[in-house]
Design a protein around this ligand. Structure first.
Ligand code: UZR
Ligand code: MG
Length: 214
């Protein structure tokens, strides 16, 4: 898309599950929203674009490989990014991790100057990569990700420790090695340690300001 047609800056943040993607996206959002004004920056999570599975039974939904690119409705995300780039609003699906499917309600998302996208498989899809103005990969060690994921999924996503560890060995780790880690090659910036990396946050904020001026 040429710059004349484009009305927003899109930043993509990828990396392993529980690597700090949501945290760094939220931190950049909170620190920039004061400068840019409410409604001028927003975060979109790839998790909202898991495919609708409402036609499947719970037993079938549990068997889905949620760490494989085929679990994602990237076509809808591409469509939404194009609408937002043209200055049109979208209805973002809302996902339930406990029901493993889309909920009936959606969230209205108005067009804005800066969109931060965050999600495990964002950089695996060329259609998404070509729509991003900057790409970031959270290179957090996998053992740290696993510890964080264990605590988060038990506290916030209604899981047991056993189910988290089983899923980790069955899909999370193998799919990270097969799809997510290789997508690091498409990142403009690789962020070590996690979402609290202050220098990385400040550099990304400076880059976003620079893109808005240019
Ligand atoms: P983040 N996920 C589920 O566990 N259940 C679902 O219904 C949908 C997604 C998990 C998914 C992935 N994997 O690792 C993680 N599994 O959500 C991505 N297994 O979310 O990037 O916020 O960790
Ligand atoms: Mg997250």
């Amino acid at each position: 898309m040429s710059d004349t047609q484009r009305s927003c800056v899109i930043i993509g943040i990828a990396g392993a599950s529980a690597s700090g993607k949501s945290l760094i996206a939220q931190t950049i959002y909170e620190e920039l929203v004061a400068e840019l004004g409410a409604g001028e920056i927003g975060v979109i999570s790839e998790d909202c674009y898991y495919k609708d599975q409402s036609h499947l039974t719970m037993e079938e939904r549990v068997k889905t490989n949620y760490d494989h690119p085929s679990a994602m409705d990237h076509s809808l995300l591409v469509e939404h990014l194009d609408l937002l780039s043209r200055g049109e609003g979208v209805s973002i699906p809302q996902y339930s991790y406990t029901e493993h499917t889309r909920m009936t309600e959606t969230a209205d998302f108005a067009p804005r100057k800066v969109i931060i996208l965050e999600g495990i498989l964002l950089l695996t899809d060329p259609r998404l990569r070509e729509r991003m103005d900057a790409t970031i990969f959270m290179d957090t060690p996998l053992d740290i990700c696993l510890i964080r994921r264990l605590v988060r999924d038990v506290q916030e996503r209604g899981r047991t420790m056993e189910s988290v560890l089983k899923q980790y060995q069955k899909t999370v780790r193998p799919m990270f090695l097969q799809f997510i880690d290789p997508s690091k090659q498409y990142a403009d910036v690789i962020v070590p340690r996690g979402g609290k990396n202050r220098i990385a946050i400040d550099m990304l904020k400076a880059r976003i300001r620079h893109m808005l001026v240019g």
